[in-house]
Design a protein around this ligand. Structure first.
Ligand code: NAD
Length: 468
């Protein structure tokens, strides 16, 4: 049982002022694995004060100094990589192969940010004795979700540090063990005190207070569109800058010339990535009407080949949902799909046989129409909605019939055609014949429509100043 009653503030683990606590549950078997003390407003004020004080000097550090810090963070995470992976499997129920991939990606963000910083033009001389100077913006509030704790935290911190900003981080209350392990890395990295400060707590109490704090210059939020709207309101009241990485309901168009033998197993992996709890999940599969039958049987076959629940098995792809709330949410969407007349091709209501944890049955619906909730709303679990089209134009219309615009996918054997279709999907990132980026580091990108604003790039953390 892990007791987390300390928070990492000003370079030390200090006792939280807040007194409320929350149990941490292993989502795989429902064992109680820890207890976290939730912070209160006093903790937030203290953390912001430390970040503000340190900003005065940290904002003036050289590129060389910040480069060293980013390297030390990478090294510290590398030393504790196994511990980080163990924490993610235990607390989040993430299968080991995906966990390892995400931890590596997360630590690499420090090196990618370093590279970007070293090439970045912080000063540009124009004509007539005029120059543009880009200076660190101030204290950043970083608010992150539970679905890829290290990735989101490290991306935010890496860019903030590269820019010369200090940070107060509010991770998800459901990631306390993972974040605490990460904080041990921050301590090992011997950063200047107050560069990174972390407060645990709920979104309603701690997150909203932090986002509205007068000394916060930028709110960098990753989470649901619903909370993103609230953050926008707080920001509007004080004209604060925001980066919002929000929800998605990403379309995956299978063109009629696609190689179904590879495209359909991949489509399933895209939909059920991170046990369906992935912002980029291609949760709407848009297929040619006349190929529905063959695609349906390939989907059923592909699902049978996916390993579920053996979290330490390198082949395992799907784990439990993160918590009871998420389990109930997914169940309610499956019920609404049934009530609205979609056909359950496989899966359905109830817990996956043989498991005591938060395992919702991986479910595929056919006969889905665009107006149904399971087509419109983000479910964030292993539920795939299959919609059909008659021609390419209709496929694109269905793909864009959503308030979201995070990602999109296209499968075709004709790359030019796929690229033409991809260019018409309103989304921040469209993949052709592939499931993930797979490249090194981070490509700053921004969700379209209600999937986000701002792209977590250096410019977003800097104040432009013209001096003439
Ligand atoms: P959430 O919006 O419920 O919470 C995200 C974070 O915000 C948590 O730390 C939470 O405590 C905090 N929070 C909640 N209410 C708040 C408030 N009123 N003020 C300030 N902070 C508040 O999201 P979640 O359930 O933790 O994560 C899942 C969501 O995140 C999904 O919608 C998913 O699509 C989205 N997400 C998006 C991206 C992306 O890059 N676009 C990446 C990962 C996850």
């Amino acid at each position: 049982m892990k007791i987390i009653d300390r928070i990492y503030v000003n370079g030390e683990f200090i006792r939280a002022h807040g007194v409320k606590t929350m149990h941490l549950i292993n989502p795989h078997n429902l064992d109680v694995i820890g207890k976290v003390t939730l912070c209160d407003k006093t903790d937030v004020d203290n953390a912001v004060e430390c970040a503000k004080k340190r900003f005065k000097t940290f904002s003036k550090t050289s590129i060389e100094k910040r480069s060293e810090i980013l390297q030390r963070l990478y090294d510290a995470m590398s030393k504790r990589e196994d511990e980080l992976n163990d924490a993610a499997v235990l607390e989040y129920g993430s299968p080991i192969t995906a966990t390892k991939g995400r931890t590596k990606f997360a630590k690499n963000t420090f090196l990618v940010a370093r590279e970007q910083m070293e090439k970045f033009e912080f000063e540009k001389v124009l004509q007539d004795n005029t120059k543009i100077v880009k200076t660190p913006l101030g204290v950043v509030a970083a608010i992150s979700p539970w679905n890829a704790d290290y990735t989101h935290i490290c991306q935010k911190l890496a860019t903030a540090i590269a820019a010369g900003c200090t940070v107060v981080l509010k991770p998800s209350e459901y990631s306390a063990i993972q974040t605490h392990t990460l904080c041990e890395c921050f301590k090992d990295a011997k950063l200047p005190d107050g560069v990174i400060n972390v407060v645990n707590g709920t979104g309603e109490e701690v997150g909203s207070y932090l986002a509205r704090h007068k000394d916060i210059s930028l709110i960098n939020f990753t989470g649901s569109t619903k909370v993103g709207r609230e953050i926008s309101l707080y920001a509007a009241m004080m004209i604060k800058r925001t980066i919002l990485e929000l929800g998605g309901k990403s379309p995956n168009i299978i063109l009629d010339d696609a190689d179904l033998q590879s495209a359909i197993p991949m489509a399933l992996k895209i939909a059920f990535s991170n046990s369906g709890q992935a912002c980029h999940a291609g949760s709407r599969l848009i297929v040619p009407q006349d190929k529905l039958e063959v695609i349906s049987s390939l989907l059923v076959k592909s699902l049978k080949e996916i390993k579920i629940g053996a979290l330490m098995d390198e082949e395992c792809y799907i784990g439990p949902l993160v918590n009871q709330t998420q389990y109930e949410r997914v169940q309610s969407y499956i019920k609404s799909g049934i009530d609205e007349g979609a056909k359950v091709l496989v899966g359905g209501l109830g817990r996956l046989e043989g498991f005591s944890g938060y395992y919702s049955r991986p479910t595929i619906f056919t006969n889905v129409k665009s107006h149904m909730k399971i087509s419109k709303e983000e479910i964030f679990g292993p539920v795939l909605s299959v919609l059909t089209y008659k021609d390419e134009e209709q496929a694109i219309d269905i793909a864009n019939d959503t308030i979201y615009g995070l990602a999109g996918y296209v499968s075709s054997t004709d790359l030019q055609r796929a690229a033409r279709v991809a260019s018409q999907i309103t989304a921040g990132w469209v993949y052709i014949n592939k499931a993930v980026y797979g490249g090194k580091g981070v490509v700053p990108h921004v969700g379209a429509k209600q999937s986000g604003i701002g792209k977590n790039s250096l410019d977003d953390y800097l104040q432009f100043r013209v001096i003439s």
